[in-house]
Design a protein around this ligand. Sequence first.
Ligand code: S3P
Length: 422
Amino acid sequence: MNVHGTVRAPGDKSITHRALMLAALSRGTSVVRHPLTSADARSTAACLRELGVGVGPLRAGAAVSVQGGTWRPATRTLHCGNAGTTARLMLGLLAAHPFETRLTGDASLRRRPMRRVTEPLGHMGASIREEAGDGLPLRIRGGRLGPLDWSLPVATAQVKSALLLAGLAGGVAVTVREPARSRDHTERMFRAMGVPLTRRGTTAALAAAPGWFDDAAPLDWTVVGDVSSAAFLVAAGLMAERGEVRIAGVGLNPTRTGFLTVLSRMGARIEREAQSEVHGEPVGDLVVAPSALVGTVVTASEIPSLIDEIPILAVLASRAQGETVFHEVGELRVKESDRLGLLAENLRQTGVGAEVAGNSLTVEGTERPPRGHVETAGDHRLAMAFAVLGRLSGARVALSEQRSVAVSYPAFFEDLDRITGP
Ligand code: S3P
């Protein structure tokens, strides 16, 4: 495989969800530029439309306008599709709205834990009715909220953000403490908007700001490129035999770039160029050259900053010299699939030594061409990681499906073909 050319990373998924939601709370017409237009982003847009928010069509290459401010009770169940971020952040927002809403999702999302967010929202004053234990479908009735001071047992930006959004929408103080820092887009967006939020270590504290949106201007937000989507193209560049590839406009928030730190330890040749900042988010181009990698140890404290990159890092580790260990990756069991079990199983299916012991994953590097059948279980990041592995010379990797890439990166195969094509 050779690589060449330049691609622009699609809009960041985390920031797109948040920008649509904050625009939906803002009065008047907001604009979100370079949004992600994937299935997950459409789930957020569809939920907001059900609640009476005027969200324009999400079209690749176009800005989206959002007519926000007043929400009305939904007449139907909100369907969050495959998107955990949609479900959890919407729960935070709905906690501050005085009506009942029922939420559900696809089979994968219905299996994912929701009590991590509904429990603290219950402490704030929302009432929750579960239909199937710890997961969707469930009903939430919001209303007047009280302040919250909450310590999260695991670092999770989805729960942290849900609580901060509940506090902002409900006009009450919320302090969230995390064991390690998860992605901090919500905090950066609040700060860029002028919302009173302070941070100390891994604690974020929102001050009570009742009626904050009453005199706030509508949003005009530009979404930076998604570093998690760019990671698959970075991997193609590293595993190539010849060439160089540039991925332009990538968000380089340090709470998201743990995989770049790990890769540089492994010997990767990746340069950051054209760096600037957009609404408090660092952004730049990644220029990637083929590299001989060596195995490494990824520590527990690094995991939150690369949580979505573990599938592609594990694939890269399978091509590195020696062994790579990922410590404390138990959270992968409750992602879009049991990513931990499936990652190890699929690596073994393609001829790579991989073991899960407790909450750790070990991958043995090999030079043998990967060959075998991969079960993605409809998980977009497994599909993309193994699709990249399947581009190696001599590889024969068959994916159980590849439609799931539409969840986060609809143009993935086009972009991969473009940088690896003739
Ligand atoms: C996200 C946070 C992460 C990540 C997910 C998006 C977000 O989940 O895996 O893809 O936008 O807040 P957790 O924070 O639950 O680990």
